[in-house]
Design a protein around this ligand. Structure first.
Ligand SMILES: [Zn+2]
Length: 156
């Protein structure tokens, strides 16, 4: 049995906050607004994993009204989603992600992000795809959006 999961997330820019994408610090003057560190990529992957195994979404599992998650590193969310998937007998096969943003450019960071995701997910880099796409006029340039799809297989 295989299961697919889709995750989407978006965050507005915030001046003077560090920008983290996939757990990697990006050299950019603005970060992403949010109760946690605003790592839009890790949030989308987390939601895709949770969706694939039929769990509640990230907002319900880690509510931003809970002080416990204020300023939380998003790696915590991802690890918890992965733990839940494993607990249900699933193994991650591959992930494919799209970051939608004009700035910063994703290409210079692509390798570093894939490497970090590989460590976090316990997945070979060849099974991690990351693409940066410009908005091409779609929506206003006020943040970053991310889409991610994951595939898991049931190992029992
Ligand atoms: Zn988010």
């Amino acid at each position: 049995m295989i299961r697919v999961g889709l995750g989407f997330d978006s965050h507005e820019f915030e001046e003077g906050k560090p920008l983290l994408l996939g757990g990697v610090k990006i050299d950019y003057p603005k970060g992403l607004k949010g109760h946690s560190d605003g790592d839009v990529l890790l949030h989308a992957i987390t939601d895709a994993l949770l969706g694939a195994v039929g769990e509640e979404d990230i907002g319900q599992l880690f509510p931003d009204t809970d002080e416990k998650w204020k300023g939380a590193g998003s790696e915590v969310f991802l690890k918890e989603a992965l733990r839940r998937a494993k607990e249900r007998g699933f193994r991650l096969i591959n992930i494919d992600c799209v970051l939608i943003t004009d700035e910063p450019k994703i290409a210079p960071y692509k390798q570093a992000i894939r490497k970090r995701l590989s460590e976090l997910l316990g997945l070979a880099e060849e099974n991690i795809s990351l693409k940066g796409k410009r908005r091409e006029g779609f929506c206003r340039e006020e943040g970053i959006a991310c889409l991610c799809v994951v595939l898991l297989s049931y190992e029992g």
